[in-house]
Design a protein around this ligand. Structure first.
Ligand code: ADP
Length: 588
């Protein structure tokens, strides 16, 4: 007997479990209370039970927290909820829509909006931006049409509902309370879902003329007063655990559901606008954007960070490239500088050689007379020496005579030594530093050298008009070489002329912050054809001339920052060769 009873209970249990295996729980967000939800959704439940008799559809009503728990605890197979809640659950639990509610009054993708109402007799309240510092009533912080949709629009007009209002008062449901609060003047404005005022007016609860919508706009998809853009209607969704076959069957049945009470189902709408709203308000799945954690910052500013990274990378690449180029160019520059230095050194060397050659050439021309010049002191020395010997032989060599002869011999030897010394000094090849020079002394030295070496030297008059306040920095030997060249040329130009035309003048005078030296002769001069070629290398009118003296002089003078030029004398025969050198200020 007991055994039979046990078998019966087990059979009942099995049958019951079979029945319950076809049970489908539809979790619905009953935001307006259970009664309202049951009357709203019962046609759908009824229809599904008819259309899919192998299943038993059941309506489970939840508030927001309860529905979340039910989804998390896998206690519902289908979820009907508002778009805001759907997007949050989609992000959190991966529920996914299979159809969107389609009502008579609106388009499924543009069905929900908010209207922010104020009393029509309130002045100064026309747009949402006017709400700064005002009191506003709304349903609840998480209410979609009753707060969030309008909050996004307010943010768009630079009014942060969390900080810029005098007060945001959440009064809960039913929404009629908000309109009533506005009507009584308890708040300046109220946020309600679009079309509620029209419904209330049609029920005779309010008169629409007494109210005004802020930032009013119109949308052909919803013929009600509006303060916001429109969002898709409520979706029905399946959870991750819903049997795919069931999901498919429900979707097919819902799309085929004939309109009942102005309600049917359409293919699932795009809920991206809802995501955009949540992202802008930084709530729901985008709440992390409020957190100032490194991760939050990265997730929020990743496009900027990416840009920054790109800029940084570009900058590094650019810097490395520039560095590389600088290295390469520096190396090239170093090479070309070295090459230039080498070329300059070569040039200097050959210039020095040319100068040396020129000096030797001047010497060569003058040395013919050198023998004659040296001969004179040597003859005198010989004469005195022989006189001493003769007197000694004849026995009348007095100490006075020895003293006189020795003195003369010494003086003459000194004279000869002086001539040789000057020539050696002049002929020596050397690099001298620039130092203050006395042009009058250099001219005097040159004159002495010429007069000492030439048997029939012309008279050389030096006119010194030097002033104290000009110091010339130069290589004295080079300046002397120039003077010797000019004097030698002048002597050559007047050699065959009467003696009175052979005299030369050297004038030293200041000239525009410079010092000028003129070598003036009365020689044969140059004709108009020859004059322009005077300073060209190898221009010569002499049978044994080289034509290098003047070009070398010009190079030397210009290297000193000076100038060399020539002009025929005015109102007199001959030429005037001049050079000028800059005056330097010596630091004290
Ligand atoms: P060179 O003396 O070897 O000819 P220079 O360059 O010193 O070379 O002189 C070039 C030419 O300039 C001379 O051949 C001469 O014709 C002319 N010249 C130079 N100085 C004078 C001068 N004082 N009067 C006339 N002609 C001159």
């Amino acid at each position: 007997m007991t055994k039979r009873l046990v078998c019966f209970v087990a059979l009942c249990f099995l049958m019951a479990s079979k029945v319950f295996s076809g049970e489908v729980a539809i979790g619905v967000f009953a935001y307006q209370g259970e009664r309202a939800a049951a009357s709203d959704w019962s046609p759908v439940v009824r229809y599904l039970n008819q259309a899919l008799p192998e299943h038993h559809f059941r309506l489970d009503q939840y508030d927001a927290v309860g529905l979340r728990h039910a989804i998390a605890g896998n206690r519902v197979d289908l979820v009907i909820t508002n778009p805001g809640y759907y997007v949050t659950m989609e992000a959190e639990f991966g529920i996914s829509r299979i159809a969107t509610l389609d009502t008579d009054e609106s388009h499924p993708a543009h069905a929900l909006g908010s209207v922010v109402m104020t009393r029509a007799d309130r002045p100064g309240l026309r747009v949402l931006a006017d709400l700064t510092g005002k009191r506003v009533a709304a349903v609840a912080p998480e209410a979609f049409g009753g707060y969030l949709v309008a909050a996004r629009e307010m943010l768009g007009q630079n009014v942060d509902p969390e900080s810029d209002l005098k007060e945001i008062r959440f009064v809960g449901l039913p929404m009629n309370r908000i309109i009533e609060a506005v009507q009584r003047g308890e708040v300046d404005a109220g946020i309600v879902r679009a079309c509620l005022p029209e419904q209330m007016a049609s029920q005779g609860l309010i008169r629409l003329e007494e109210f005004r919508a802020l930032s009013a706009r119109q949308d052909p998809d919803l013929p009600c007063a509006l303060s916001s853009r429109l969002y898709p209607n409520w979706p029905i969704a399946v959870t991750r655990h819903t049997d795919p076959g069931l999901a498919k069957a429900v979707a097919r049945a819902l799309l085929a559901m004939p309109e009942s009470g102005g309600m049917s189902w359409a293919v699932p709408a795009d809920y991206q606008p809802v995501h955009d709203l949540f992202r802008e308000l930084r709530i729901g799945p985008y709440a992390y954007m409020r957190e100032i954690t490194p991760e939050g910052l990265v997730r929020r500013f990743w496009p900027w960070l990416l840009g920054l990274l790109a800029i940084l990378t570009a900058w590094i690449v650019h810097t490395v490239r520039v560095e590389h180029q600088v290295h390469r160019r520096t190396a090239e520059l170093r090479e070309s500088l070295a090459a230039r230095d080498q070329a300059e050194a070569k040039m200097r060397e050959s210039q020095e050689q040319m100068e040396h050659l020129s000096r030797l050439s001047v010497l060569g021309e003058l040395s013919g007379n050198l023998a004659h010049e040296l001969n004179q002191p040597l003859t005198t020395i010989g004469t005195y020496a022989r006189t001493v010997l003769r007197r000694q032989e004849s026995g009348n060599l007095t100490p006075e005579a020895v003293t006189e002869a020795s003195t003369e011999i010494a003086r003459e030897a000194e004279r000869a030594g002086g001539i040789v010394q000057r020539i050696r000094h002049f002929a020596r090849k050397r690099l001298a530093p620039r130092e203050p020079v006395n042009l009058a002394e250099i001219a005097e030295e040159a004159r002495r050298l010429i007069v000492g070496m030439l048997a029939r030297a012309p008279e050389v008059i030096i006119e010194n008009r030097l002033t104290e306040n000009c110091t010339v920095l130069a290589d004295g030997a080079q300046i002397q070489q120039i003077l010797l060249n000019l004097i030698k040329n002048a002597i050559d130009a007047s050699r065959d002329l009467p003696i009175e035309r052979q005299n030369l003048r050297i004038v030293i005078e200041p000239m525009d912050n410079r010092m000028a030296v003129h070598v003036i002769d009365q020689g044969v001069g140059l004709n108009a054809e020859q004059l322009p070629h005077l300073f060209e290398p190898f221009f010569t009118t002499k049978p044994d001339g080289l034509g290098l003296g003047l070009p070398i002089c010009k190079t030397i003078i210009e290297a000193h920052g000076g100038r060399l030029w020539a002009e025929p004398n005015q109102d007199a025969p001959g030429m005037c060769f001049s050079f000028s050198l800059p005056c330097h200020e010596l630091s004290a």
